[in-house]
Design a protein around this ligand. Structure first.
Ligand code: NAD
Ligand code: UGA
Length: 437
């Protein structure tokens, strides 16, 4: 089966590479010529563990190729995935211009029956718009071609994208014809051999499932962050509370890790977009409005602790920042909490020294020369008064504290053993842990 994936970003490239890995012939298409030229030379646009290996292998065996010319590669394809960005518009709603542009281009170039699948995260009703674009483009060509539109939201996480795609918890597919259902069932068969389910449903429900999933996960995070902040006030330890509640299978252990707020290209924009969809239908999603408000405050929780510790006098105080990306395993800086903290520190007159194992290049686009770029984690705390652990990369898990005499520790991800640090005479703060000092 031949498949076209349009949009070669996090989702498109992982989708294309993983489909090729199980035997499908895939062409990844993008408007960004540099990206495609680099990919043809084996240079990836993103850092994602395991991705380079399968891209290189499948490009070499001829199953995976790259193009900027959709019309040239679409003949013979059974499926076209739309995997372009859906960034937030000014009012918070998902901007569908890229998705609809691609739908139009598909209509202008398709040559045979095709299943057009939206993989981008899109609001309910988008498949109808995609269908309209294709139909209009075909009418312009005076062509009668059969096609189906389907919805197949993607649930992969950055940093674990390849594994998530190859071994999904489930695959959700919204269809409105038996023909498209059969094509997608066959395409995904290799991923379902170990009993993983493919869940077919109507298209609107599939579109909604994606937002509901991200909104639920964001809710868990804001909930535990709210509880963590209360733990700080009452003198409880949220690490214990997390274990205590997580062992109840109905609650579960995942996505209840407190921190400095969720970031990334998805939760913030998808929560906003779902709230906006609610408003369009006259329905206020009150829980999600609170989830977003809690998260915005949480991005400053470490700064508040820092300000309290220094009695508001931050001018000239030097901070080492460990980790910049919005989570470990990626160089993605979109909506990273580090940016909020760093900007608050700089505004207060502090000196900021930063290190991230992977995201330094990406972060330079935003931070420029406002911070000191360091060569490693210890260089970042050289001469520093304090260190803020922002992204819990493995590299930061067991520091040599003897190299950091007198440095105050602000742990934004609760990865350090605060009582142990206290015993060693190190002043340290966590999120929602009983204040040790
Ligand atoms: P991205 O910004 O990394 O990549 C989008 C790509 O689309 C870019 O390379 C861009 O050049 C290309 N593009 C734009 N217009 C095009 C056109 N007309 N023709 C061809 N290519 C075009 O985006 P992403 O992070 O991969 O996200 C894509 C979608 O998937 C979004 O809707 C997002 O919400 C959703 N999603 C993302 C993730 C994730 O972890 N990043 C996970 C699940 C779902
Ligand atoms: C998230 C979802 O997990 C994916 O299922 C989804 O496909 C994707 O969004 C998307 O729609 O694009 P991602 O944003 O890559 O994936 O990363 P997550 O692991 O979900 O982390 C998101 C943010 O939440 C990070 O800033 C992370 O630090 C934070 N987080 C996560 C917490 O603060 N606590 C937790 O317990 C878990």
């Amino acid at each position: 089966m031949k498949v076209i994936v349009i949009g070669t970003g996090y989702v498109g490239l992982v989708t294309g590479a993983c489909l090729a890995e199980v035997g499908t012939e895939v062409v990844c298409v993008d408007v960004n010529r540099t990206k495609i030229r680099n990919l043809e030379q084996g240079i990836l646009p993103i850092y994602e563990p395991g991705l380079e290996e399968i891209v290189t292998r499948n490009a070499a065996n001829g199953r995976l190729s790259f193009s900027t010319n959709l019309a040239a590669v679409i003949p013979g394809a059974a499926v076209a995935f739309i995997a372009v960005g859906t960034p937030p518009g000014e009012d918070g709603s998902a901007d569908l211009q890229y998705v609809l542009q691609v739908a139009k281009e598909i209509g202008q170039s398709m040559t045979d029956y095709l299943v057009v699948v939206t993989k981008s995260t899109v609001p309910v009703g988008t498949a109808v718009k995609v269908n309209r674009e294709i139909k209009q483009a075909l009418q312009h060509r005076d062509t009668l071609l059969d096609y189906d539109v389907a919805s197949n939201p993607e649930f992969l996480k950055e940093g674990a994208a390849v594994q998530d795609f190859l071994k999904p918890d489930r695959i959700v597919v919204g269809v409105n014809s038996d023909r498209s259902k059969e094509v997608l069932e066959q395409l995904y068969r290799p991923f379902l051999l170990n009993g993983r389910p493919i869940i077919f449903m109507d298209i609107a429900s599939a579109e909604m499932t994606k937002y509901a999933a991200n909104a639920m996960l964001a809710t868990k995070i804001s909930f535990i962050n709210d509880i963590a902040n209360l733990c700080d006030l009452v003198g409880a330890d949220v690490n214990m509370v997390r274990k205590g509640i997580g062992s109840d299978a109905r609650i579960g252990t995942s996505f209840i890790y407190p921190g400095i707020g969720y970031g990334g290209s998805c939760f913030p924009k998808d929560v906003k977009a779902l709230v906006k969809t609610g408003k369009e239908y006259g329905h206020t999603l009150r829980i999600l409005e609170a989830v977003e408000a809690v998260n915005n405050d949480q991005k400053l929780v470490l700064f508040d602790k820092i300000r309290n510790h220094y009695d508001g006098e931050l001018a000239g105080v030097t901070f080492g920042i460990w980790g910049l990306s919005f989570k470990p395993g990626t160089d993605d800086m979109r909506e990273a909490a580090s940016l909020v903290l760093i900007s608050a520190l700089l505004e207060a007159g502090a000196i900021v020294r930063v290190f991230d194992p992977v995201a330094m290049e990406e972060a330079k686009h935003t931070l420029g020369d406002s911070v000191v770029w360091c060569e490693d984690m210890y260089h970042a705390v050289e001469g520093a008064d304090a260190v803020a652990l922002v992204t819990e990369w493995n590299d930061f898990r067991l520091p040599d504290w003897s190299r950091m005499k007198g440095v105050v520790v602000f742990d934004g991800r609760n990865i350090y053993d605060l009582p142990y640090l206290k015993k060693k005479g190190i002043v340290a703060y966590g999120i929602g842990t009983t204040q040790p000092n």
